[in-house]
Design a protein around this ligand. Structure first.
Ligand code: FUL
Length: 458
């Protein structure tokens, strides 16, 4: 048991996963036939003439993304309807045969480079247009298209696949050859992280609503990450049960009680993806999410050991809707206000104690300033280790009390000590911040010795 815990603590990310984690947030761009038909899933029978943006401007997308503080774009190059946003040699169902006759993948990739953000793409394996769909030849077609995108558009930071697998034009379903797709990506863009429901590099968080697990582990049972290589032997209880039924929606993925039954562990962190509106594609009637909602999603993802892929759907002009641009500006201002500059603190580890239960003293060097957030980061290059922690401060009676209790930390945990919208304080005791001189961060359980990357206070 003890050995297995130590093994679990040593499951580490690849360099490309670490780079991906440091992106924090990036934008999904769903733009295609559905934008013009007011649908979420097309039929594959749409005529190319329908796709007619009147004022396409990828620089406007990039400016919006960058101003919002996001570091990359993930463009939907082909959705389930099979319509291609680039100049592909393999089908006429593309932008080049539509009224616009422009390679939008190229324009978006170039705009990202000009604007200093990174570029990646989504390519739907489900294709309701291709006559090959449902046959082995479709996998060749898909790989040929993937190769175009991997080799003709510069550096790619991310390739995003979903597992949706419905019927094609022949009424048949397709067997996706993911190992082959993954090999191609490794060959042409070895630095690109790959998203798929089950990894290899990043997995789906399990919902599209922007919600998080209460404990998010990047170290998960191999049953959750079909395409990643496990880094440990099977858990000590593997003979007594099976996790084969596990799906991403499971709330306990990676919890100790569960990994004991696993067939081995791999490092596959989760991405939270959601749209700024309710749909993935633009629909006139929809409104952007409120600031409260966006902040909830932000805490769940960037502040919850995941990255955020926030969808911004361009409208029929080919620009991001002014309502969304405005909401993102407000959100950026809000974040700047909440996390502008960290408070001056001195962090030291209190000597003694147990390696898996270290205690840190956080001295507050700007007396009288209320603390709103404590932001913790583990050094993930050493593995994800913290199982639980609490933060203590002196209450009005002068005694130390825990006023925040958390579980996992991982890449980053933003501990919000009060709700910035309601001012409501979840603390059981009030802290007299004018008198508070220090906080105590107590790790209450960890899988092995703890390595913090940073401790910040806002
Ligand atoms: C899903 C798709 O079915 C949705 O339309 C959307 O593209 C989402 C991001 O992935 O699998």
């Amino acid at each position: 048991m003890k050995d297995f815990m130590k093994e679990a603590a040593r499951v580490i990310p690849s360099a490309r996963q670490l780079r991906w984690f440091d992106m924090d947030s990036y934008a999904f761009i769903h733009f295609g036939m559905n934008t013009f038909t007011d649908r979420e899933w097309g039929t594959g029978k749409e005529k190319e003439e329908i796709f007619a943006p009147t004022d396409l401007d990828c620089d406007q997308w990039v400016k919006t993304i960058r101003d919002a503080g996001m570091k990359g774009m993930v463009l939907v190059a082909k959705h389930h309807d099979g319509f291609c946003l680039w100049d592909t040699k393999y089908t006429r169902h593309s932008v080049m045969y539509s009224p616009i006759r422009r390679d939008i993948v190229r324009e978006a990739a170039d705009a990202c480079r000009r604007g200093g953000i990174r570029f990646g793409f989504y390519l739907s394996p489900w294709d309701r247009n291709s006559p090959l769909y449902g046959t082995d030849a479709y996998n060749d077609y898909f790989c040929a298209q993937l190769t175009e995108l991997l080799t003709e558009y510069g550096d790619i930071f991310y390739v995003w696949f979903d597992n949706a697998c419905g019927e094609g034009p022949n009424g048949k379903k397709q067997n996706y050859d993911f190992p082959r797709y993954i090999d191609l990506i490794r060959k042409y863009q070895p630095d690109a992280a790959i998203f798929n429901d089950f990894g290899p590099d990043v997995r789906w968080c399990g919902n599209e609503a922007g919600s998080a697990r209460s404990s998010e582990w990047a170290v998960v049972p191999q049953e959750m990450c079909r395409y990643a290589v496990p880094q440990t032997a099977a858990g000590p209880l593997a003979d007594e049960g099976s996790l084969g039924y596990l799906y991403n929606t499971n709330a306990q993925i990676g919890d100790l009680s569960q990994i004991l039954y696993s067939g081995g562990l791999a490092f596959v962190p989760s991405e939270i993806n959601t749209s700024i509106r309710s749909g993935w594609f633009w629909h006139e009637r929809e409104e952007p999410k409120s600031l409260e909602e966006l902040f909830r999603v932000y805490l769940a993802s960037v502040g919850g050991n995941a990255c955020l892929n926030l969808n911004l759907p361009p409208d029929r002009r080919g620009k991001i809707d002014a309502r969304d641009v405005k909401r993102l500006q407000e959100f950026r201002e809000f974040l700047d206000h909440q996390f502008g500059a960290p408070l001056l603190v001195g962090v030291s580890r209190i000597p003694g104690g147990y390696p898996t239960q270290p205690v840190y003293r956080i001295q507050l060097k700007e007396p009288g300033r209320a603390v709103r957030y404590v932001v913790l980061e583990e050094d993930l290059s050493q593995g994800q280790r913290i199982e639980s922690f609490q933060i203590e401060a002196a209450s009005e009676d002068g005694n130390l009390y825990p006023f925040y209790q958390g579980t996992t930390v991982g890449h980053r945990k933003i501990c919000a000590l009060s709700d910035p919208f309601t001012g409501q304080n979840p603390l059981t005791r009030t802290i007299d911040w004018s008198a508070a001189k220090e906080l105590i961060l107590r790790v209450t359980a960890a899988r092995d010795e703890v390595h913090m990357r940073s401790v910040r206070v806002f």
